[in-house]
Design a protein around this ligand. Structure first.
Ligand SMILES: C[S@@+](CC[C@H](N)C(=O)[O-])C[C@H]1O[C@@H](n2cnc3c(N)ncnc32)[C@H](O)[C@@H]1O
Length: 311
Protein backbone atom coordinates (compact mmCIF):
# COMPACT_ATOMS: atom_id res chain seq x y z
CA UNK A 1 0.00 0.00 0.00
CA UNK A 2 1.14 3.57 -0.65
CA UNK A 3 3.49 5.27 1.80
CA UNK A 4 1.42 8.44 1.45
CA UNK A 5 -1.16 6.98 3.83
CA UNK A 6 -2.09 3.48 4.90
CA UNK A 7 -5.91 3.30 4.96
CA UNK A 8 -7.38 2.25 8.30
CA UNK A 9 -9.91 -0.63 8.58
CA UNK A 10 -10.25 -0.53 4.79
CA UNK A 11 -11.95 -3.89 4.36
CA UNK A 12 -14.51 -3.16 7.12
CA UNK A 13 -15.27 0.30 5.71
CA UNK A 14 -15.81 -1.09 2.22
CA UNK A 15 -17.98 -3.97 3.48
CA UNK A 16 -20.10 -1.57 5.51
CA UNK A 17 -20.68 0.65 2.48
CA UNK A 18 -22.54 -2.25 0.83
CA UNK A 19 -21.32 -1.20 -2.63
CA UNK A 20 -23.40 -2.03 -5.69
CA UNK A 21 -22.56 -1.71 -9.37
CA UNK A 22 -23.92 1.52 -10.81
CA UNK A 23 -24.15 3.12 -7.38
CA UNK A 24 -22.92 6.66 -6.64
CA UNK A 25 -20.54 6.97 -3.70
CA UNK A 26 -18.54 9.72 -2.02
CA UNK A 27 -15.17 9.55 -0.34
CA UNK A 28 -15.26 12.80 1.65
CA UNK A 29 -11.59 12.55 2.68
CA UNK A 30 -9.60 11.08 -0.20
CA UNK A 31 -6.09 11.46 1.22
CA UNK A 32 -3.92 9.24 -0.98
CA UNK A 33 -7.01 7.44 -2.30
CA UNK A 34 -6.38 4.19 -0.39
CA UNK A 35 -9.96 3.71 0.78
CA UNK A 36 -11.30 4.80 -2.61
CA UNK A 37 -9.09 2.25 -4.36
CA UNK A 38 -10.33 -0.45 -2.00
CA UNK A 39 -13.89 0.52 -2.95
CA UNK A 40 -13.15 0.15 -6.67
CA UNK A 41 -11.32 -3.14 -6.08
CA UNK A 42 -14.41 -4.51 -4.36
CA UNK A 43 -16.90 -3.13 -6.91
CA UNK A 44 -15.37 -1.65 -10.10
CA UNK A 45 -18.80 -0.58 -11.39
CA UNK A 46 -19.32 2.29 -8.93
CA UNK A 47 -19.14 6.01 -9.65
CA UNK A 48 -17.10 7.84 -7.03
CA UNK A 49 -16.88 11.52 -6.11
CA UNK A 50 -13.82 12.17 -3.96
CA UNK A 51 -13.21 15.27 -1.84
CA UNK A 52 -10.09 16.60 -0.19
CA UNK A 53 -9.18 20.18 0.63
CA UNK A 54 -5.46 19.43 0.29
CA UNK A 55 -3.99 19.81 -3.21
CA UNK A 56 -1.27 17.24 -2.47
CA UNK A 57 -3.90 14.66 -1.50
CA UNK A 58 -5.88 15.30 -4.68
CA UNK A 59 -2.70 14.88 -6.77
CA UNK A 60 -1.85 11.60 -5.04
CA UNK A 61 -5.41 10.27 -5.27
CA UNK A 62 -5.49 11.16 -8.97
CA UNK A 63 -2.50 8.82 -9.47
CA UNK A 64 -4.00 6.06 -7.31
CA UNK A 65 -7.37 6.20 -9.09
CA UNK A 66 -6.18 6.92 -12.64
CA UNK A 67 -7.80 3.76 -14.03
CA UNK A 68 -11.18 4.36 -12.46
CA UNK A 69 -14.27 6.45 -13.09
CA UNK A 70 -13.70 8.90 -10.25
CA UNK A 71 -14.34 12.65 -10.08
CA UNK A 72 -11.94 14.38 -7.69
CA UNK A 73 -12.95 17.64 -6.08
CA UNK A 74 -10.46 19.82 -4.22
CA UNK A 75 -12.85 21.31 -1.71
CA UNK A 76 -13.72 21.19 1.95
CA UNK A 77 -16.32 18.51 2.59
CA UNK A 78 -18.51 21.21 4.14
CA UNK A 79 -19.25 22.07 0.47
CA UNK A 80 -20.49 18.51 -0.18
CA UNK A 81 -24.06 19.43 -1.07
CA UNK A 82 -23.26 22.34 -3.37
CA UNK A 83 -20.38 20.54 -5.08
CA UNK A 84 -22.47 17.43 -5.75
CA UNK A 85 -25.31 19.61 -7.03
CA UNK A 86 -22.79 21.31 -9.34
CA UNK A 87 -21.96 17.82 -10.65
CA UNK A 88 -25.70 17.13 -11.06
CA UNK A 89 -25.73 14.56 -8.26
CA UNK A 90 -28.95 14.75 -6.27
CA UNK A 91 -28.56 11.67 -4.08
CA UNK A 92 -25.91 9.11 -3.20
CA UNK A 93 -25.72 5.43 -2.27
CA UNK A 94 -22.99 5.79 0.32
CA UNK A 95 -20.38 8.06 1.82
CA UNK A 96 -17.16 7.53 3.75
CA UNK A 97 -15.47 10.03 6.08
CA UNK A 98 -11.95 9.14 7.29
CA UNK A 99 -11.32 12.15 9.50
CA UNK A 100 -8.24 14.08 10.53
CA UNK A 101 -4.86 14.30 8.86
CA UNK A 102 -3.04 11.83 6.61
CA UNK A 103 0.37 10.34 7.41
CA UNK A 104 1.71 12.41 4.50
CA UNK A 105 0.54 15.65 6.11
CA UNK A 106 2.16 14.64 9.41
CA UNK A 107 5.35 13.43 7.76
CA UNK A 108 5.91 16.53 5.63
CA UNK A 109 7.77 18.61 8.20
CA UNK A 110 7.12 21.92 6.48
CA UNK A 111 3.34 21.54 6.91
CA UNK A 112 3.84 22.21 10.64
CA UNK A 113 1.38 19.58 11.93
CA UNK A 114 3.90 17.76 14.09
CA UNK A 115 6.12 18.82 16.99
CA UNK A 116 8.54 16.02 16.05
CA UNK A 117 9.79 18.10 13.13
CA UNK A 118 10.87 21.71 13.39
CA UNK A 119 8.89 23.74 10.88
CA UNK A 120 6.87 26.94 10.51
CA UNK A 121 3.66 26.87 12.58
CA UNK A 122 1.30 26.30 9.69
CA UNK A 123 -1.15 23.32 10.03
CA UNK A 124 -3.39 24.29 7.10
CA UNK A 125 -4.86 21.36 5.20
CA UNK A 126 -5.84 23.81 2.49
CA UNK A 127 -2.71 25.83 1.84
CA UNK A 128 -4.56 28.63 0.09
CA UNK A 129 -6.45 29.39 3.31
CA UNK A 130 -5.22 32.51 5.14
CA UNK A 131 -5.41 31.44 8.79
CA UNK A 132 -2.35 29.54 10.06
CA UNK A 133 -1.42 28.18 13.48
CA UNK A 134 1.19 30.98 13.79
CA UNK A 135 -1.56 33.60 13.52
CA UNK A 136 -3.59 31.93 16.26
CA UNK A 137 -0.59 31.48 18.58
CA UNK A 138 0.70 35.03 18.12
CA UNK A 139 -2.45 37.11 17.65
CA UNK A 140 -5.31 35.50 19.57
CA UNK A 141 -5.94 36.80 23.11
CA UNK A 142 -4.68 34.62 25.95
CA UNK A 143 -8.27 33.84 27.02
CA UNK A 144 -9.11 32.59 23.53
CA UNK A 145 -5.99 30.39 23.47
CA UNK A 146 -7.06 28.90 26.80
CA UNK A 147 -10.53 28.17 25.42
CA UNK A 148 -9.08 26.53 22.29
CA UNK A 149 -6.74 24.32 24.35
CA UNK A 150 -9.57 23.38 26.73
CA UNK A 151 -12.25 22.77 24.12
CA UNK A 152 -10.27 21.21 21.29
CA UNK A 153 -7.45 19.64 23.31
CA UNK A 154 -9.28 18.82 26.55
CA UNK A 155 -6.03 19.93 28.17
CA UNK A 156 -5.90 20.48 31.96
CA UNK A 157 -2.94 22.87 31.76
CA UNK A 158 -4.71 25.02 29.11
CA UNK A 159 -4.62 28.20 31.20
CA UNK A 160 -0.98 27.86 32.20
CA UNK A 161 0.11 27.11 28.62
CA UNK A 162 -1.88 30.05 27.24
CA UNK A 163 -0.20 32.29 29.84
CA UNK A 164 3.26 30.96 28.93
CA UNK A 165 2.55 31.71 25.26
CA UNK A 166 1.38 35.21 26.16
CA UNK A 167 4.66 35.81 28.07
CA UNK A 168 6.88 34.31 25.37
CA UNK A 169 5.34 36.24 22.49
CA UNK A 170 5.91 39.61 24.13
CA UNK A 171 9.65 38.87 23.69
CA UNK A 172 9.64 37.22 20.24
CA UNK A 173 7.07 36.04 17.71
CA UNK A 174 6.48 32.27 18.02
CA UNK A 175 7.03 31.03 14.50
CA UNK A 176 8.10 27.39 14.71
CA UNK A 177 6.73 24.08 15.97
CA UNK A 178 9.91 23.68 18.03
CA UNK A 179 9.48 27.06 19.74
CA UNK A 180 5.88 26.19 20.65
CA UNK A 181 6.90 22.73 21.89
CA UNK A 182 9.54 24.34 24.14
CA UNK A 183 6.99 26.73 25.62
CA UNK A 184 4.67 23.79 26.38
CA UNK A 185 7.61 21.92 27.95
CA UNK A 186 8.42 24.96 30.09
CA UNK A 187 4.99 24.43 31.69
CA UNK A 188 4.62 20.62 31.85
CA UNK A 189 8.22 19.40 31.78
CA UNK A 190 10.32 17.50 29.27
CA UNK A 191 10.64 13.82 28.45
CA UNK A 192 7.72 12.42 30.44
CA UNK A 193 4.71 10.58 29.02
CA UNK A 194 2.47 13.31 30.45
CA UNK A 195 4.36 16.12 28.75
CA UNK A 196 4.29 14.24 25.44
CA UNK A 197 0.52 13.85 25.75
CA UNK A 198 0.13 17.55 26.49
CA UNK A 199 2.08 18.44 23.34
CA UNK A 200 -0.14 16.08 21.33
CA UNK A 201 -3.28 17.72 22.78
CA UNK A 202 -2.10 21.31 22.20
CA UNK A 203 -1.04 20.58 18.62
CA UNK A 204 -4.33 18.78 18.02
CA UNK A 205 -6.27 21.74 19.41
CA UNK A 206 -4.49 24.19 17.12
CA UNK A 207 -4.97 21.94 14.09
CA UNK A 208 -8.70 21.63 14.80
CA UNK A 209 -8.97 25.39 15.16
CA UNK A 210 -6.91 26.26 12.05
CA UNK A 211 -9.01 23.95 9.89
CA UNK A 212 -12.32 24.55 11.71
CA UNK A 213 -12.62 20.77 11.72
CA UNK A 214 -15.51 20.22 14.11
CA UNK A 215 -17.87 22.75 12.52
CA UNK A 216 -17.14 21.34 9.06
CA UNK A 217 -17.86 17.83 10.34
CA UNK A 218 -21.16 18.73 12.05
CA UNK A 219 -22.49 20.55 9.00
CA UNK A 220 -21.45 18.01 6.47
CA UNK A 221 -22.69 14.93 8.38
CA UNK A 222 -26.21 16.38 8.26
CA UNK A 223 -25.90 17.12 4.54
CA UNK A 224 -24.52 13.63 3.93
CA UNK A 225 -27.46 11.98 5.73
CA UNK A 226 -29.91 14.09 3.73
CA UNK A 227 -28.20 13.14 0.46
CA UNK A 228 -28.36 9.38 1.12
CA UNK A 229 -30.86 7.32 -0.85
CA UNK A 230 -33.06 4.89 1.11
CA UNK A 231 -30.82 1.99 2.04
CA UNK A 232 -27.70 4.17 1.49
CA UNK A 233 -24.91 3.97 4.04
CA UNK A 234 -22.76 6.49 5.90
CA UNK A 235 -19.48 5.25 7.38
CA UNK A 236 -17.27 7.45 9.58
CA UNK A 237 -13.80 6.79 10.98
CA UNK A 238 -12.79 9.18 13.74
CA UNK A 239 -9.57 9.42 15.73
CA UNK A 240 -10.38 11.40 18.86
CA UNK A 241 -13.28 11.76 21.24
CA UNK A 242 -14.38 15.20 20.00
CA UNK A 243 -14.94 13.89 16.48
CA UNK A 244 -16.53 10.67 17.66
CA UNK A 245 -18.93 12.55 19.96
CA UNK A 246 -20.21 14.61 17.04
CA UNK A 247 -20.69 11.50 14.90
CA UNK A 248 -22.41 9.61 17.73
CA UNK A 249 -24.76 12.49 18.58
CA UNK A 250 -25.63 13.28 14.97
CA UNK A 251 -26.43 9.64 14.25
CA UNK A 252 -28.39 9.31 17.50
CA UNK A 253 -30.54 12.33 16.70
CA UNK A 254 -31.24 11.03 13.21
CA UNK A 255 -32.43 7.68 14.61
CA UNK A 256 -35.03 9.28 16.90
CA UNK A 257 -38.68 9.88 16.11
CA UNK A 258 -38.95 12.64 18.69
CA UNK A 259 -36.30 15.12 19.83
CA UNK A 260 -38.47 17.09 22.27
CA UNK A 261 -36.85 17.81 25.67
CA UNK A 262 -37.70 15.10 28.26
CA UNK A 263 -40.05 17.49 30.14
CA UNK A 264 -42.43 17.60 27.16
CA UNK A 265 -44.78 14.62 27.45
CA UNK A 266 -46.68 14.96 24.16
CA UNK A 267 -44.36 15.36 21.20
CA UNK A 268 -44.47 18.74 19.46
CA UNK A 269 -41.32 18.44 17.32
CA UNK A 270 -42.61 16.29 14.45
CA UNK A 271 -39.10 14.92 14.04
CA UNK A 272 -38.95 11.60 12.19
CA UNK A 273 -36.05 9.18 12.32
CA UNK A 274 -34.21 8.84 9.02
CA UNK A 275 -31.33 6.55 10.01
CA UNK A 276 -30.80 3.19 11.61
CA UNK A 277 -27.48 2.32 13.19
CA UNK A 278 -25.52 -0.59 11.71
CA UNK A 279 -23.34 -0.94 14.81
CA UNK A 280 -24.53 0.34 18.21
CA UNK A 281 -20.99 0.70 19.59
CA UNK A 282 -18.09 1.89 17.48
CA UNK A 283 -15.87 -0.73 15.83
CA UNK A 284 -12.10 -0.75 16.33
CA UNK A 285 -9.14 -2.09 14.39
CA UNK A 286 -7.98 -5.59 15.33
CA UNK A 287 -4.67 -6.31 17.07
CA UNK A 288 -2.97 -7.33 13.82
CA UNK A 289 -3.80 -4.03 12.12
CA UNK A 290 -2.82 -2.00 15.19
CA UNK A 291 0.59 -3.71 15.14
CA UNK A 292 1.16 -2.97 11.47
CA UNK A 293 -0.39 0.53 11.43
CA UNK A 294 -0.15 2.42 14.71
CA UNK A 295 -2.53 5.10 13.44
CA UNK A 296 -5.38 2.57 13.53
CA UNK A 297 -5.06 2.30 17.32
CA UNK A 298 -7.34 5.24 18.07
CA UNK A 299 -9.80 4.65 15.21
CA UNK A 300 -13.50 4.41 15.96
CA UNK A 301 -15.79 3.39 13.16
CA UNK A 302 -19.51 4.15 13.13
CA UNK A 303 -21.92 3.26 10.35
CA UNK A 304 -25.60 3.88 9.72
CA UNK A 305 -28.16 3.30 6.98
CA UNK A 306 -30.85 5.62 5.61
CA UNK A 307 -34.20 4.14 6.42
CA UNK A 308 -36.27 2.78 3.58
CA UNK A 309 -39.19 4.99 2.75
CA UNK A 310 -37.09 8.12 3.47
CA UNK A 311 -36.24 10.57 0.72
C1 LIG B 1 -7.04 10.40 7.32
S1 LIG B 1 -6.76 11.18 5.81
C2 LIG B 1 -7.66 10.19 4.68
C3 LIG B 1 -6.86 9.07 4.13
C4 LIG B 1 -7.56 8.27 3.05
N1 LIG B 1 -8.74 7.62 3.53
C5 LIG B 1 -6.63 7.27 2.42
O1 LIG B 1 -6.99 6.08 2.35
O2 LIG B 1 -5.54 7.65 2.00
C6 LIG B 1 -7.81 12.56 5.93
C7 LIG B 1 -7.82 13.45 4.71
O3 LIG B 1 -8.98 14.25 4.79
C8 LIG B 1 -8.68 15.55 4.42
N2 LIG B 1 -9.63 16.39 5.14
C9 LIG B 1 -9.78 16.53 6.47
N3 LIG B 1 -10.79 17.36 6.75
C10 LIG B 1 -11.31 17.74 5.55
C11 LIG B 1 -12.38 18.60 5.18
N4 LIG B 1 -13.12 19.26 6.08
N5 LIG B 1 -12.66 18.74 3.87
C12 LIG B 1 -11.92 18.09 2.93
N6 LIG B 1 -10.87 17.29 3.23
C13 LIG B 1 -10.58 17.12 4.52
C14 LIG B 1 -7.25 15.77 4.81
O4 LIG B 1 -6.67 16.77 4.00
C15 LIG B 1 -6.65 14.39 4.59
O5 LIG B 1 -6.06 14.29 3.32
Amino acid sequence: MSIFHQPVMARTCVDLLNLRAGGVYVDATLGGGGHALAMYQKEPGIKLYGFDQDAEAIAEAAKTLQNYNATLIQRNFRDLRTQLAYNKVKSIDGILFDLGVSSHQLDMGERGFSFDKDAPLDMRMNRSQKLTAAEIVNDYPESELKRIFQEYGEEHAAGRIAKAIECARTENKIVSTKALAQIIESVVGVGTKASLKTKVRIFQALRICVNDELNALSASLIDAINLLKPGGRIVVLSYHSLEDRIVKQTFKLATRDCICPPAIINCVCDHKSTLKLINKSPLSADAEEITSNVRSRSAKLRAAEKKKGEK
